[in-house]
Design a protein around this ligand. Structure first.
Ligand code: FDA
Length: 581
């Protein structure tokens, strides 16, 4: 008879998706075990761009300062360069991740947090430490093998890779955060669209202090256009900062229809020297690996008591920096729902809303990331070098953009357009922030956020049910809070102006339904004031109205004005969302 260990939730995987899931569950007091196949966390830097929504999750968890302490700050992230090599000619720059002054305003107005850069090798240990402190039982070197579920539980067979011992973890729910080759997703036969391994790519990590070439144009990304750099890969060659300015990662593509290239330290050093344009450099090569570019997403994310998050359900190139961010946010959507069902606050049908809400996000990000990688072709076209393979010829044609001729002028005009297009990769604020949910866990009033000038580039704040709570600074003469700070992850929050009418209703409904629900009043003379009068312009409900905010900061329901019977209205809305009507 095999040993059986019991827990409420088993999380398979310790990447950003799994680490966040376990941390969120532990923060909510839900018993959980996290297993991962390897002895420690990610061994290469991998994902790094950490966007505003992910930083908000860390703020909500109370770990924002710890993440910032290990991150390269926002102001060093954004002078993204396109060049023929790091030491060679610069073709142009683009302000990225909201660092262009006009876009910086959009980013600052939309969130209390800004985009920063923290490689997975730094982020994962923070999540691992804090989730373990908060209650997660972490089991490294432990492999998921298979599972069986019935109406009450999931029995998961796992193997301790140190001893070979196979045992069963019996849980109420299983979360598969086991990455792009997810066995959990395969075992529950999730439906997928798209294809894996559509292009070949390699990562090379190295150490070399090249501050002199970059610290006057600080960025996390330097894109290199050379012969072969548009073959496979993610659009063109990339030199990516891991630590400013002496640790780096190169991404270089190869033709996936051919034999995989032979990659050893000498070959890796040659590629590094070429991309840096420094023929005499002796870089310290610290690692290299081949990987495939994927374009695949699941159209349904769960089966019974088993759910998948992260790369298990969305597989795409790093373009737009959406990988780990979306993985963290998948878990942010799922963990409070699992907690609510486990505590008996919600009907299990609430869990269906996970797939309803996150499957469209998976499709959107996979589509966007792959399109961004392809759009690099416009820069090659603008330079006139598509299809060229001879370095001398390529260099000569790149020079033509300087000519005082009609062809030169046409090249320059095409370059302006092609460079502008890269905003869809590097300043896609609408993709990063604009998740609007339509599901059983939202009481729609038929409204949607106002149309955006471009829904990939620009995020529109709104309180339409399904939208994310807008950002505004609130507080009093001694305290400055983000609106999201008033609606923490461990409860529901009713935001009102004229709280006298709503606060008693919220108190009664919380008691009647046995759900953590608190009301917050924001206005002159109330416990929290609208410091800059921004919230009054953003809230889209009358002074007498109210907004019901879910733990994950999406608006569940809103009352445009005072309801005839606030208690009945709130009771009906919350019951609907919790599947208890
Ligand atoms: P992730 O892949 O991080 O984690 C999977 C976890 O599951 C691991 O802990 C693993 O041990 C565990 N696991 C797998 N099978 C298991 C089993 N059978 N039993 C137990 N545990 C199991 N993204 C980006 O935005 N920018 C970038 O530059 C890069 N670069 C990059 C390079 C490389 C080489 C890779 C592989 C990936 C990237 N990515 C990336 C993608 C990014 O890393 C990815 O989106 C996130 O790590 C996804 O997080 P997850 O938690 O979903 O999976």
């Amino acid at each position: 008879v095999e040993d059986v260990v019991e827990t409420d939730v088993l999380v398979v995987g310790s990447g950003p998706g799994g680490a966040a899931a376990a941390l969120l569950l532990s923060t909510l007091g839900v018993s959980n075990i996290m297993i991962t196949k390897y002895r420690w966390t990610a061994n290469t830097p991998r994902a790094h761009i950490t966007n505003q929504r992910a930083m908000e999750v860390f703020r909500d968890l109370g770990i924002e300062q710890q993440v910032l302490a290990d991150a390269t700050p926002h102001e060093l992230c954004g002078d993204t360069v396109f060049c023929t090599s790091i030491a060679g000619e610069e073709i142009g720059r683009i302000h990225t991740w909201g660092t262009r002054p006009d876009r910086e305003a959009d980013y600052q107005l939309a969130s209390p947090c800004l985009t920063v850069d923290i490689p997975q090798t730094y982020l994962e240990p923070i999540l691992v430490r804090i989730r373990t402190e908060r209650g997660t039982q972490a089991r490294f070197s432990t492999e998921y093998l298979s599972h069986e579920q019935d109406d009450d539980k999931v029995d998961v067979r796992v193997r301790d890779r140190l001893t070979g011992h196979v045992y069963t973890i019996r849980c109420r729910y299983l979360v598969g955060a086991d990455g792009a080759r997810s066995k959990v997703a395969a075992d529950i036969d999730l439906p997928f669209e798209g294809a894996m391994d559509i292009a070949g790519s390699m990562n090379i990590t190295f150490k070399a202090d090249i501050s002199a070439y970059v610290d006057h144009r600080p960025s996390v990304l330097y894109w290199v256009i050379q012969p072969g750099s548009n073959v496979g890969g993610i659009g063109t060659g990339l030199v990516r900062m891991v630590r400013p300015w002496n640790e780096w990662l190169v991404v270089w593509g190869y033709d996936i229809t051919e034999e995989p290239p032979h990659l050893d330290d000498a070959e890796a050093a040659r590629i590094v020297r070429d991309l840096l344009g420094m023929p005499d450099l002796e870089p310290e090569i610290t690692g290299h690996s081949l990987w495939g570019v994927n374009e695949m997403y699941a159209t349904h994310l769960q089966r019974g008591r088993v759910f998948c998050v992260g790369d298990a359900i969305h597989r795409h190139p790093p373009s737009n920096g959406l990988g780990s961010n979306t993985s963290v946010q998948d878990s942010y959507n799922l963990a409070w729902k699992l907690a609510a069902v486990l505590r008996g606050e919600a009907d299990p049908s609430l869990l269906e809303s996970y797939s309803e809400e996150r499957a469209p996000v998976a499709k959107r990000i996979v589509t966007r990331a792959n399109r961004s990688a392809r759009e690099f072709a416009e820069i090659f076209d603008a330079l006139g070098i598509t299809g060229l393979t001879d370095p001398a010829e390529m260099a000569a044609v790149i020079e033509q953009r300087k000519d005082n001729t009609p062809e030169g002028a046409a090249r320059r005009a095409a370059l302006v357009t092609a460079m502008d297009r890269k905003n869809y990769e590097f300043n896609a604020h609408g993709v990063e922030l604009g998740q609007f949910y339509q599901s059983r866990a939202i009481v729609s009033d038929g409204s949607r956020p106002a149309a955006s000038a471009d829904e990939d580039l620009f995020h529109v704040m709104s309180t339409s049910p399904g939208a994310h709570l807008p950002h505004a600074w609130v507080g009093d003469s001694v305290t400055k809070l983000a609106l999201m700070d008033l609606a923490p992850y461990d409860r529901w929050t009713l935001i009102t102006v004229a709280g006298e009418d709503w606060a008693p209703a919220a108190e009664k409904v919380a008691a009647e339904l046995g759900v953590p629900l608190a009301s917050v009043e924001i206005g002159p003379g109330r416990e929290v004031t609208d410091l800059y009068y921004d919230w009054s312009k953003l809230r889209e409900v009358e002074e007498s109205g109210a907004l019901l905010v879910r733990p994950d900061k999406h608006i569940a329901w809103r009352a445009p004005t005072l309801a005839d019977d606030p208690e009945a209205a709130l009771h009906a809305a919350l019951s609907t969302v919790l599947g208890r009507d």
